[in-house]
Design a protein around this ligand. Structure first.
Ligand code: HEM
Length: 123
């Protein structure tokens, strides 16, 4: 059987490093940073790790809200989604994940856009 994308990336530890790198970028990006104000980041980190792990084929269980509910009211735009995907791509490349695997991760998260983007930003 083919290894899951989760295993190919390096498992829990690798996903944790990727998520830390991603939030490091999202929080300091002036276009996405404000969305995270007041958010319980350790809790979000854990949910993001288990969500990604599950999405990438591990048997870890994701116990957070569905993507529509979790992002409702945050006014996330297509542009913010694009920047988030670009940050994730850059972080994975920095962690020396092969390009073909990075592509597969991006293809896996792309369909989430419809649930996460909620129209125009407030500002
Ligand atoms: C790329 C695809 C994305 C995935 C896979 C993802 C995943 C998640 C997950 C798993 C949660 C936790 C839900 C929970 O705790 O019940 C969450 C919450 C959150 N996400 Fe995302 N997300 C994505 C895109 C974005 C974008 C583009 C933004 C904004 C720039 C964003 C901002 C947030 C914020 C602020 C929360 C916390 C909401 C709260 O606790 O009230 N996410 N996301």
């Amino acid at each position: 059987m083919d290894p899951t994308l989760y295993d190919a990336l390096g498992g829990r530890e690798a996903i944790g490093a990727a998520v830390d790198g991603l939030y490091g970028r999202l929080l300091t990006d002036p276009e996405t940073g404000p969305v995270f104000e007041g958010i319980d980041m350790p809790r979000l980190r854990n949910h993001m790790i288990s969500f990604l792990a599950a999405a990438l084929g591990s048997d870890l269980v994701y116990a957070g809200r569905d993507m529509g509910d979790a992002h409702a009211g945050l006014h996330i735009t297509d542009r913010m989604f694009d920047r988030t995907a670009a940050h994730l791509e850059a972080v994975l490349a920095q962690l020396s994940v092969p390009e073909a695997l990075v592509e597969r991760v991006l293809i896996t998260i792309a369909p989430l856009r419809a649930a996460i983007v909620h129209g125009n930003a407030l500002v």
